[in-house]
Write a protein that binds this ligand. Structure first.
Ligand code: SF4
Length: 328
């Protein structure tokens, strides 16, 4: 298996900047945070902008966490931006600004779980580590266990099997991990595996069994009408605003014409900001849901709500004004 998959990888792997010979460990770490739940094509431009702006953990740690949320843009699951910012601060404080190479040290960082720690150890530092992402799990479940899909939760047997398959040498193990992952991403895909092009076709248990259907369905991810969608739309407005957003005006946005809570420094709301307002308006949620979503975003540390008594954000003496902005 090793020779077949690694040979295929060397001939077919995508050229990705976080795999280049001159990549830094930090560049790999940023990519690993971004690639959780988000496809490569959407990650690439945001990753490039992050590395240009924050080439080291210390550069990111020196900025307010709100800037990380702003730069996260539309990648989704924005709490990852806060966790990456917190991890950058911890690396700066505890490790002299150098991304650790030991899995235990990596696991102790904010937002770093077992998968991410193993992936950073393997792909950033060339260490022998058991990397089990959804692509690798699918390849193993088909070739070795004859199952169309791995179980929804990782099993001990799976992890044991992956460890048994890991080459003994650090560099070989790191290449094996990335090669199986790439095979799962490009050939052994979830919906339409291309078995005719697969280097493991001759030894694949699932293919030999006639590709039996899965005995369970992968958990679906609905989006339209969800609180996640509403939170994303609100956060986009706050992200694109050039000053704190008046919550009362934000609520009006969801029921009436888009009047723009902030004008921006030019006196005219920026285009991207107006677009974000229009998206929020199109969702048509009631005030209670918007308020609850705002509270949820604040509880997660993604925004800050502020109440101003007396002279408010718009200079209205005597009126309390509630505003929302990205965190410090
Ligand atoms: S033969 Fe088909 S199912 Fe088996 S590993 Fe290759 S692509 Fe996946």
């Amino acid at each position: 298996m090793h020779a077949a998959v690694i040979d295929w990888y060397r001939r077919h792997a995508r050229v990705l900047p976080w795999r280049s010979a001159d990549r830094t460990a930090w560049a790999v770490m940023v990519s690993e945070f971004m690639l959780q739940q988000t496809p490569v094509g959407r990650v690439l431009p945001v990753w490039e902008e992050w590395l240009r702006r924050w080439p080291s953990p210390a550069d990111l740690a020196a900025e307010p966490s709100g800037e990380a949320v702003r730069a996260w843009g539309r990648l989704g699951y924005p709490r990852r931006a806060l966790r990456l910012h917190a991890a950058a601060a911890a690396i700066t404080e505890r490790h002299g600004g150098r991304v650790p190479d030991d899995e235990a040290d990596l696991l102790a960082l904010p937002g770093v779980g077992a998968y991410t720690a193993a992936a950073i150890a393997a792909f950033a530092h060339g260490r022998r580590a058991v990397v089990l992402d959804t692509n690798i799990r699918r390849v193993f479940s088909r070739t070795l266990q004859g199952q169309a899909l791995p179980r929804p939760s990782m099993t001990v047997a799976e992890s044991r099997l992956a460890r048994a398959l890991l080459p003994a040498d650090d560099a070989d193990a790191a290449e094996w991990n990335v090669a199986v992952m790439e095979l799962g991403a490009l050939v052994c895909t979830a919906r339409a595996p291309r078995c005719d092009d697969c280097p493991l076709a001759a030894r694949c248990t699932w293919l030999a069994a006639g590709r039996p259907a899965a005995d369970h369905r992968p958990p679906g991810q609905t989006w339209a009408g969800t609180t996640r969608q509403l939170r994303g739309a609100i956060l986009a407005v706050v992200r694109e605003a050039t000053e704190p957003v008046d919550v009362a005006a934000l609520l009006r946005t969801t029921t009436g014409p888009v009047d723009g809570p902030t004008a921006g420094s030019s006196g005219k709301p920026p285009v991207r900001y107006r677009r974000a307002l229009a998206v929020l308006a199109s969702l048509g949620h009631d005030d209670d849901r918007v308020r609850a979503a705002l509270d949820g975003l604040a509880a997660d540390g993604l925004v800050q709500l502020e109440d101003t008594d007396g002279v408010g954000a718009r200079g209205r003496a005597g009126n309390g004004v509630r505003t929302v902005r990205l965190p410090d």
